[in-house]
Design a protein around this ligand. Structure first.
Ligand code: RNT
Ligand code: ZN
Length: 408
């Protein structure tokens, strides 16, 4: 089937071998938090900050050992180059508060990532699910003790990110997302943003190695319980990032449903060396459903591939479903991302671009449609085979569920 597919793609102007080779080199940063419903290991408390997991499927990882075992199992079904995305709340054995976290609290994760042969580790300060989220605010809080606590936390995280980069010999993306906002009409939209700006300035004034740590800021339009106003809005962070030479992270659940992150990627590529992504699937709101092989995901992958931006766009996953087997959720989402990248790699972009430049929109439409009928599935199956990733992950995950998860 693959040999036949290879011929059909060749006739369409696409080299499937080159696509397969490229695909396995594109890193995807897989989030640790699908395994435990974003609870973390530091006892911070129930999930807060406008994000929610729903469902009570059996087998949630309750501790570091279980989470590691689940990650190891789930990652074994994920083809391609993988990185691990951690939150600060996954500190191991920390008996101090989050502003005092140190690299040593993450040494076990480094050991684990090396054991699994991962390409790198990415990191996120955790500014939710904690007693110091006061009145829903963190870095923009009017309470100086609160604001300073979270500034210290982010500074501590920069050190940890630097440590990850040194240990793994690759950059570490440190992504800042805060839940700050208001449920109802605010009286002052400016001052909280000025306080956030001041906090970010203080964090970035810390002496860290910009070659090692890529700092990103993640905007959001609204959250549950924070419907009327978000301090870290898109305009705020894009301007902050541009002026301070840091990176924007686009989460495709964080915009109005009629706005597309696929269109924002090339807009940012015109100005930035790097663009970070949180790939998720919002159903009617930022619901963080498992990523599936859908049109917008294909469009996102196309923008990465056809702009030769596989090294500029840092792809990370961000979904959490507690209503189905969590390992299966993890694998399905990661494979969907890889599928979309392969799909994009199997398009003759140069020819299509020429048609656009020549204003031959008739042929452009026809050729784009033709590409959709090509035997994509056969190439995908070949990729899985070469990567040693079983097509049928469900049966093995079911067996693991029986042996391990149901006993929890
Ligand atoms: C929340 C943001 C944020 C979190 C993770 C856990 O809306 O998307 O990125 O989902 O950091
Ligand atoms: Zn996100």
């Amino acid at each position: 089937m693959y040999e036949q597919a290879k011929k059909e793609y060749a006739a369409y102007g696409v080299d499937t071998e080159a696509a397969l080779k490229k695909l396995k080199e594109i890193p995807v940063s897989v989030h640790c938090w699908q395994g435990d419903d974003v609870v973390g290991l530091d006892g911070g408390g129930a999930l807060s900050g406008g994000i929610q997991t729903t469902g009570n499927y059996k087998g949630r990882a309750r501790n570091f050992g279980e989470l590691k075992a689940d990650i190891e199992k789930a990652f074994s079904f994920m083809p391609g180059t993988k990185r691990l995305n951690l939150h600060a709340s996954y500190a191991v054995g920390a008996d101090c508060d989050r502003d005092q976290y140190e690299p040593k609290h993450f040494a076990e994760w480094v050991k684990f990532a090396k054991k699994l042969g991962l390409q790198g580790i990415d990191f996120n300060p955790t500014m939710f699910s904690h007693k110091n989220v006061k009145d829903g605010l963190t870095l923009s809080s009017p309470d100086e003790n609160i604001r300073r606590f979270w500034v210290r936390h982010c500074k501590a995280c920069l050190k940890i990110a630097e440590y990850f980069a040194s240990e793994m010999n690759t950059h570490c993306l440190m992504n800042i997302w805060i839940p700050d906002g208001f449920k109802d009409v605010p009286a002052d939209r400016l001052t909280p943003r000025l306080r956030l700006k001041k906090s970010l300035d203080e964090i970035l004034s810390c002496d860290y190695d910009r070659n090692k740590v890529v700092v990103a800021v993640e905007s959001k339009v609204f959250g549950i319980g924070v419907e009327s106003y978000t301090v870290g809005s898109n305009e705020f962070y894009q301007n902050y990032a541009a002026k301070n030479d840091i990176c924007c992270l686009l989460d495709n659940g964080h915009y109005h449903p009629l706005e597309y992150v696929s269109d924002k990627i090339p807009a940012l590529l015109a100005f930035y060396d790097r663009v970070a992504l949180h790939v998720t699937r919002g159903v009617r709101w930022d619901s963080d459903h498992v990523v599936l092989f859908e049109d917008e995901l294909k469009e996102i992958a196309k923008e990465i591939v056809r702009n030769n931006a596989t090294e500029k766009v840092l792809i990370g996953l961000d979904y959490f479903d507690a209503s189905i087997n969590r390992l299966s959720a993890w694998v399905t989402g990661q494979r969907a991302m890889q599928k979309a990248l392969l799909y994009a790699l199997l398009i003759d972009h140069d020819r299509l671009k020429k048609l656009q430049d020549n204003a031959d929109f008739t042929a452009l439409m026809v050729k784009q449609e033709e590409g959709k009928d090509l035997p994509f599935g056969a190439v995908w199956k070949e990729y899985l085979k070469r990567e040693g990733a079983k097509e049928d992950y469900l049966s093995e995950i079911r067996a693991y569920e029986k042996e391990e998860l149901l006993k929890r």
